[in-house]
Design a protein around this ligand. Structure first.
Ligand code: 13P
Length: 248
């Protein structure tokens, strides 16, 4: 009943022309996809990728958005700026932004509310570190993120959550199917409790972290997993298409 959603997070890869070439190669490979397909591209690639996406159902996403409507925030990009270019999705609170760019639960929450107000679909990333998992703190860490990052949201059917265990990102070390399923099940249960009556049951939760053409089928077969947020494997058309076509 929840439509799967596979999104690529290109991170800081692909110039505008490289990005346009990548989506041109991707288009025919995913034309029969039954899931939602999104590419989250560097902001400066947006115009070229948008043009290259014409005639396809692939949706355009960004990797960050500022929480203010406008103003003195040098280097930042507003939700309206993204919206005007036809961007529909935006990744918020990726662990790399939390780690390298001072993103906090508070700013994640503000950015999420700003994206929703502008009609964008936020893909909000949460997840624990290796130390936290090994220390048995996964549920505690996720519960704190759940309470802070999503405060004030009225309709959870309008957001996507990406569960990305930090230890699985770019490491080649994927969570097992069962680990990912169990943790995503926990997130959903916890959110239903904290945000009761706000359509949490309709919210999609992706897995992210070294997901690839080989392991995607097993992960996507899990009942709690509604999709994937793909880093490295989204940079090659054939690899990303194989994940998008996980059900073929
Ligand atoms: P990798 O797929 O490269 O591990 O990256 C995952 C990720 O961070 C997606 O946002």
């Amino acid at each position: 009943m929840r439509k799967p959603i596979i999104a690529g997070n290109w991170k800081m890869n692909n110039t505008a022309s490289e990005g346009a070439a990548l989506v041109s190669a991707l288009k025919p490979l995913v034309k029969d996809a039954k899931c939602d397909v999104v590419v989250c591209v560097p902001a400066i690639d947006i115009p070229a990728v948008k043009k290259a996406l014409r005639g396809s159902k692939i949706k355009l996403g960004a990797q960050n958005v500022h929480y203010a409507e406008k103003g003195a925030f040098t280097g930042e990009i507003s939700a309206d700026m993204l919206k005007e270019y036809g961007v529909q999705y935006v990744i918020i609170g990726h662990s790399e932004r939390r780690q390298y760019f001072g993103e906090t639960d508070e700013t994640v929450n503000k950015r999420t509310l700003a994206a929703l107000a502008a009609g964008l679909t936020p893909i909000v990333c949460i997840g624990e570190s290796l130390e936290e998992r090994e220390g048995g703190l996964t549920e505690k860490v996720l519960s704190a993120q759940i309470e802070k990052d999503f405060a004030g949201i009225d309709d959870f059917s309008k957001i996507v959550v990406a569960y990305e265990p930090i230890w699985a990102i770019g490491t080649g070390r994927t969570a097992t199917d069962e680990q990912a399923n169990e943790t995503i099940g926990f997130i959903r249960k916890r959110m239903k409790k904290v945000y009761a009556g706000k359509r949490v049951g309709k919210m999609r939760i992706q897995y992210g972290g070294s997901m690839n053409a080989k392991n995607c089928k097993g992960l996507m077969a899990q009942p709690e997993i509604d999709g994937g947020l793909i880093g490295g494997a989204s940079l090659k058309a054939a690899d990303f298409a194989a994940i998008v076509n996980f059900d073929k």
